[in-house]
Design a protein around this ligand. Structure first.
Ligand code: X2X
Length: 339
């Protein structure tokens, strides 16, 4: 750890004792000991970015400026697949990623995204903060990354379209829908009879704008913050799966930090996750009105019809086989409904 030089101590005492020149007020008096990089795929206004930016500020304060956690939101550093490679290589220290996309590295991480698994948020949080989450975190550790204790919320996902309302599973037939890079996402939409296209979130807006894809699926908070309403017309309230964001760290860069610094970071990120969950749930409730005003036409669906379609396509049987009995039993136990 770097100790304060006499010069910076002098600046520090000068800066506090007498009115500091403007330049001192706006410049950090001494450099941070630990400069860490966090990146994500979420827009600036998304609660994920907002709460982690606040946490970075709290971490800076609590460590007296020793820890500078830099936030790179909105795919500034690349798409999810790319950022995952950067995290593994140590070019990024922290990254938040959907468990489903993480499953390209840690296959069993996808289990929380099984279609129609969770009845509602009560079941999601008791599962993810409980046994199912513990199971997945152990899998992630085995995959070489360190996951933080509390997963952030992405939300329950809804299907949007520029061409047609999706009222029944039949409406998805051959529908060109963008899905994130993850085998289970592709399998789920093939199960619905759609024509899924794998595209990183960084390219979703332009893929919809240029009609490479006619639709996509995301929680309302993402449809709103990424302005997808500008290039979509309809939203079907399918709630077909819940999705989150694991806060992941590169294992070597995490292990290198002193224990007291790790504790400050973990506590602040945990607090951020708890606030972010509340933000997302509230927004997903209130946004239907705002998005309607922006021109989106909403419709409800009979979720059971969609789940039956997956069932008869063999989706559950296939994934139960892939996850194995032990993991599937954990999911069944926490899901709140039969799968
Ligand atoms: O890529 C997506 O659709 C997003 C933003 O929901 C995820 O991060 C999985």
């Amino acid at each position: 750890m770097q100790s304060l030089s006499r010069r910076s101590m002098l600046k520090l005492s000068l800066g506090t004792a007498i009115a500091a020149p403007a330049i001192l007020k706006h410049t950090r008096v001494y450099a941070a000991d630990f400069t860490l990089k966090y990146a994500n795929n979420a827009p600036m206004t998304h609660p994920l970015t907002v709460r982690i930016t606040e946490a970075a500020e709290a971490i800076r304060k609590e460590t007296g400026g020793k820890v500078d956690l830099r936030v790179f939101p909105n795919n500034q550093l690349g798409g999810d697949t790319d950022m995952l490679s950067q995290l593994r290589a140590g070019a990024l220290d922290f990254f938040t990623l959907s468990p489903m996309i993480l499953s390209t590295l840690v296959p069993k991480a996808a289990i929380s995204g099984v279609g129609f698994a969770f009845k509602g948020y009560d079941h999601v949080w008791s599962a993810m903060d409980g046994e199912l989450g513990d199971y997945v975190r152990a899998q992630i550790e085995r995959g070489g990354l360190h996951p933080f204790p509390k997963i952030f919320d992405n939300g329950f996902r809804q299907i949007s379209s520029s061409t047609r309302t999706i009222k029944t599973p039949d409406d998805l037939k051959s529908f060109k829908i963008r899905v994130p890079p993850s085998p289970m996402w592709t399998s789920m939409f093939q199960g619905f009879g759609a024509a899924p296209l794998t595209i990183n979130f960084a390219e979703v807006y332009s893929a919809l704008q240029t009609k490479i894809a006619d639709g996509q699926e995301n929680p309302l908070v993402t449809i709103n913050s990424a302005k997808l309403y500008e290039v979509q017309k309809y939203v079907a309230k399918t709630n077909h799966m819940w999705d989150g964001f694991w806060f992941l760290s590169n294992r070597a860069s995490w292990a290198k930090l002193p224990a007291e610094v790790r504790k400050v970071i973990e506590d602040q990120i945990t607090a951020a996750a708890m606030k972010q969950r509340v933000d997302v749930a509230a927004l997903n409730d209130s946004l239907e009105k705002d998005l309607t005003a922006k021109g989106i036409a909403f419709n409800s669906v009979d979720a059971a019809a969609f789940q039956n379609k997956l069932q008869s396509a063999g989706f559950y049987k296939e994934w139960q086989g892939k996850f194995g009995e032990a993991a599937w039993a954990l999911l069944q136990k926490s899901a709140g409904r039969a799968l």
